[in-house]
Design a protein. Sequence first.
Length: 261
Amino acid sequence: MGPVLVIMFVVLVALIFVSRWCWPLPPQVGTLKTPALLIKGEATVFTVGTFNIHRARGLDGRKDLARVAQVVGTCDVTGLQEVEGVTLFHRQSQAERLAKQLQCEAHFSPTRLRAFFPERGNALLSQWSITAWHRQPLVRARLRGKGYRNFTEYTVQVGGQPVVVINTHLSKPEGQDTGLEQIVAAFMRHERAVLLGDFNRPPGHESFARLYDAGVIDALSSEDNQRVDHIFVRGFQVLSTWALPPGPSDHPFLSVRLSLS
């Protein structure tokens, strides 16, 4: 084997190694560079949803982002989990592609890099302007293998009023620190905020005790008591809730209607 072939072989092995390895992302803060695509007037009521989109793969095994868009299109603010990021085949994350379809704002919050691409994470879609975001990795929340977790705190201008929305996706509480306490501490700093996402634990789980003890509202308490997706609120009145069953994803879409007054 000549020197050139040796070099090519080494480079190939290195590329294969890099493509299989994942890195967590550090904390980061920012604002969206583009103005809101959809300008609304004053509002006293808005809707918030949470949806683990399973990378847009439905129960039928097909990947179809258009089906996800149909589900979330009527919601003002939606937290997404298991969102596919930038790859060799797509220059934009699924969140950014959804935003183009729905003519709304989007922020993709990757949890990890793979082959130097922000491969996977969570996201927020909003019909209102997202004025600030803060991504925070969860301490000691790495999964077996290549998984990492984070939460992202957003400031959304709803009818001219700032609303804090925190989106996350936790691992199962199997004797490990999943980072929930870190998220709850951030949530409790705000008198008026929404905490949503896939928590991988049902309502009433002991790890939610601090939220319940503080009088935080489980906005989806009337829905399925075995669900692992949640919306918790402080400082808002819950007017109504609704759910759509799994289909476009292996998770249901859950949403609440909140009053700002």
